[in-house]
Structures are given as C-alpha cells and as structure tokens.
Design a binder for this molecule. Structure first.
Ligand SMILES: Cc1cc2nc3c(=O)[nH]c(=O)nc-3n(C[C@H](O)[C@H](O)[C@H](O)COP(=O)(O)OP(=O)(O)OC[C@H]3O[C@@H](n4cnc5c(N)ncnc54)[C@H](O)[C@@H]3O)c2cc1C
Length: 456
C-alpha cells in the first residue's frame, strides 16, 4: 500500500527493508560511504532465506580461486549465467553481477573478517569453473550471523519486529515507511532514500499460484516472510517488473526430514531414481528444474543414490551432516541391501544402476547425461529419499545494475533501490534458467552497489 506523506518523528537518510544478506550488505556499504542508515526487519532475529541457504556465493577472479589454481574470469562467469538462462537475461545485469562478486567477497573478507573459501572438490551444474565461495560450515546461518555481528559492530541500527506494512510517498518519491509491531502498534519513519531488500514472493501462495502455477502445490522451503511486498509496492509506484515467473526450485530435499541435500551427490556421479527404481531425467541439467522433474514422479518423490566417497564430499555441508544425524541417509554394502533399505524394487534398481554405470564407461545414457569418465559408484552405497520444493522467486523489480529501480521507460524511479530477491535477477523467465548461486549473487552485489549509491 502507498500512503501520502505525513509528518515523521524520525528521519533516516538511507532506510533499508529486510535484514537478509542483501539488506545487511547494503547497510555495511552505505555506512562505509558515510550515510546514516537503519535496517527494518520483521523478525525478532534476522534470518531470511539467507539463513536457510547453504550460504554459497559464486564469484570469478578471487584470490581463493588463484590459490587453488582455478582459472576463471568474470566474462566466463557471465557467459555461464547467460547460457543457463537461455539468453533471456538483461546482459548488462549479467555482466555487472559477474564482474562485481569478487570485489564484494574480498571486501567482506578484508574489511569485515568473513573467512570465505572456495569449494574445490566439485563443480556445480552450468558453472564452467569452481567458483562457489562459502564460510566454513557452508551454511547460510553462519553467513547471516556473521553479517549481523559485523553490522552491529559498525553500530548499524537494526530495528527488529518492525514489519513494513506501507510506504509513504509524494508522487514517486518515497518519503517514509509505515511499520507495524507484533502488538499492532503502527509507526512511521521518514527517509531520504529506500532500499528494498525484503526478497521476493515465495511465501505468498496467491502470488506463486498466479505467476508460477507449475510449482504452486509444492512445499515452499524459503522464508515465510517473503510475501512479495517489494513487487506490490513497486507495481503501485509504476516500476518495471520483469520475469515474474522465474524461480529456483530444488529437487533434492530430504523427505520427510525437510533438509537440503547438496547437488554434489548427483554431480559427483550419483543419480536419482523414482519409487519404481528407474531414472527419469538428465540430472546434470540442474537442481532447480529437478523440483518439477521429481514432483512429476509417483508420489512426487525420488531417491538420490550415491556412495561413501560422494558422501564424504557432501559432508562439508552442515545440512548434509544434519541429514545424516536425523537418519535421512541410508547406507548399504550391496545393491540388494540398498533395495531393502530404500524399499525400491531390486530388479529395477539393479538394471538402472547397471545402465547408469555403463554410461560412465562410454555407453550412451538414455537421458543424454554426459557421464563418460565419471567415477563409478562403489560400496558402501548411500541413498536419501527426496522431493521437490520451491526455494525462492527470481523475478521482480527491474534495476539498473546499481540497484536503482527503473520505470518501464528505463528511467530511475524516484529514490527507490532494490536488490536480492526483491529485484529481477539473472535466472531467465522460469525455473530452468537458475544457475547455482544466482540468489546470493544478486543479494550480495546489488546490496553492495545499492548501499554505496548516493541519492542522485
Ligand atoms: C534452502 C535454500 C538454500 C539456498 N541456497 C543458496 C545458496 O547456497 N546460494 C545462493 O546463492 N542462494 C541460495 N538460496 C537462495 C538465497 O537464500 C536467496 O536468494 C537470498 O538469501 C536472498 O537474500 P535476500 O537478502 O534478498 O532475502 P532474505 O535473506 O530472505 O532477507 C529478506 C529479509 O526481509 C525481511 N522482510 C520481508 N518482508 C519484510 C517487511 N515487509 N518488513 C520488514 N522486513 C521484511 C525478511 O524477514 C528477511 O529477513 C537458497 C535458498 C533456500 C531457501
């Protein structure tokens, strides 16, 4: 809702809605640029989808890649983003995000002490180089807690339990926001400029059904507070909105445990079979479109099959360790025992795995997955029952790559900025354009740029 301007008790130069990765990075960058900042967060403790994520941010040309002997470049990264999204993205935004990520990670490490490292033991689908960077536990909880600690250390005001329920504006100039407290108290705060860092609309069933009906019935695995206000406010103010049907799904969520199982278990030589013990698609396409592939199978479920070597790689993720401790990962020393542990039909499972392994030795894969040269699965085997889920939306407000929200004519819209899931990302128009890490890439780079920007 857009309300008229009212007299405000407090006036903040740069007001930021949302204390996820985007909002906190924007706040840090804005403070560094000498701005007076406040972050408004609906939850009691900043979490957002950032806390639910693996916290992995892709970047090309980092010193961690150099140290690991990984050859990469922003141009190569931008080309990977474009290819995954079938050329549907704004090319300038692709280039900006691909070129900007290394600077943000170096800044977070050098100025703010976040101990990033690069994942060196497997390649994410669609990435032509190993460029996913994360904190030691490879968990978004560690990332958000680190960002909050740094922000608090810088003296940044994070007003929690402050849900923004409306904007105040005169024309397209945002003059302030209305916040509603859990007890129903309503207050208004004035601002010089506003950064929308309140993510997309994955938690808003009606908007999901409208824009992405194919995933509307699936489990939503992101933060429930992602209610789509950024897009609603932007639309009311006349902002351009692009690719509202874009999203990231994931087809490897442990069921019924609800724990993300890294796609490493697939990329390193594992596969997915349905409850009939049969493979059903080329898993190397990516984990986002895997959600629909798995949900289309009987009972909307599948088993991810891998082995102990691959489990050791996946164990670097806190999520995988949690899945193991909760009993989601079944192990077996023979295929027959694996069939018993999973309840899969032995004959079909044996035939499927034998054809899958043959494809690694040069036989044609029935689904066209490039498997030649991949390591064979060897006992002990491992398996996790999985389902598909919606993780987060990827369409939204069109920005100029510096986070400035644009009108359909390409002009800046008042004093409004957006980043992360609130802005249109670089994932094309549906679920198949999502390149791993596009979510936090847009949160980190657009947050950083929007924060540093000045009003004019
Ligand atoms: C399980 C899972 C795993 C993922 N793994 C990865 C990964 O490894 N790499 C990657 O790149 N991406 C990953 N993603 C996507 C990634 O989490 C998001 O793209 C990213 O966190 C978006 O950051 P954000 O700051 O825009 O949003 P968020 O982190 O969701 O922060 C938005 C904040 O705004 C607050 N808010 C919302 N509305 C209001 C309001 N009206 N008033 C006040 N506050 C409000 C919310 O409470 C929230 O704290 C994953 C997502 C999920 C669900």
């Amino acid at each position: 809702m857009i309300l008229p301007t009212v007299p405000f008790d407090a006036q903040i130069e740069t007001l930021i809605i949302g204390a996820g990765a985007c909002g906190l990075i924007a706040a840090l960058a804005a403070v560094e640029a000498g701005q007076q900042v406040m972050v408004l967060e609906r939850d009691a403790l900043p979490s957002g989808s950032t806390a639910l994520s693996a916290g992995l941010i892709p970047a090309a040309g980092t010193r961690w890649q150099d140290a690991a002997g990984i050859t990469d470049s922003p141009a190569q990264f931008a080309a990977d983003i474009a290819a995954k999204a079938h050329g549907e993205n704004d090319a300038t935004l692709e280039t900006t995000l691909a070129a900007g990520a290394a600077e943000v990670l170096h800044w977070l490490a050098d100025r703010h002490g976040l101990p990033f490292s690069v994942i060196t033991d497997f390649t994410y689908p669609g990435h032509s180089a190993r460029r996913m960077h994360g904190l030691p536990t490879r968990s978004g909880r560690e990332l958000i807690d680190a960002l909050r600690a740094v922000a608090e250390g810088e003296g940044i005001d994070i007003l929690t339990e402050a849900r923004v329920t409306a904007l105040h504006a005169t024309g397209t100039q945002i003059t302030g926001v209305q916040i509603t407290r859990p007890d129903g108290t309503v207050d208004s705060i004035g601002c010089g400029r506003l950064i929308l860092a309140c993510n997309g609309f994955g938690g808003n069933k009606a908007m999901v059904a409208q824009h992405m009906p194919a995933i509307a019935e699936a489990l939503y695995f992101g933060h429930p507070g992602n209610q789509g206000e950024a897009m609603q406010w932007g639309a009311a103010l006349g902002a351009a909105i692009h690719h509202p049907g874009a999203y990231q799904g994931h087809g490897n969520v442990a069921h019924p445990h609800g724990i993300l199982i890294s796609w490493a278990v697939i990329m390193e030589g594992g596969c997915q079979v349905n409850l009939q013990g049969q493979r059903f698609w080329n898993e190397a396409q990516g984990y986002s479109e895997a959600a629909r592939a798995v949900l289309a199978q009987p009972e909307g479920q599948a088993w991810a099959i891998f082995d102990a070597r691959i489990a050791a790689i996946a164990r670097q993720f806190q999520d995988f360790r949690d899945a193991e401790s909760q009993g989601a990962v079944k192990t077996a020393t023979t295929i027959a025992d694996l069939a018993v542990a999973t309840g899969l039909p032995l004959a079909a499972l044996t035939e499927t795995l034998s054809a899958f392994e043959a494809a690694k030795s040069g036989a044609a894969d029935a689904f066209g997955r490039p498997l030649s040269g991949a390591a064979n699965l060897t006992p002990p085997y491992a398996a996790v029952r999985v389902t598909g889920a919606l993780f987060h939306t990827q369409g939204g407000l069109v920005t100029d790559g510096q986070g400035r929200v644009l009108t359909p004519a390409g002009a800046p819209l008042g004093n409004l900025w957006a980043g992360g899931g609130a802005a249109c990302g670089v994932s094309g128009s549906d679920d198949s354009g999502y390149l791993s890490g596009n979510g936090l890439l847009a949160a980190a780079v657009l947050g950083f740029r929007a924060g540093r920007a000045t009003r004019d």
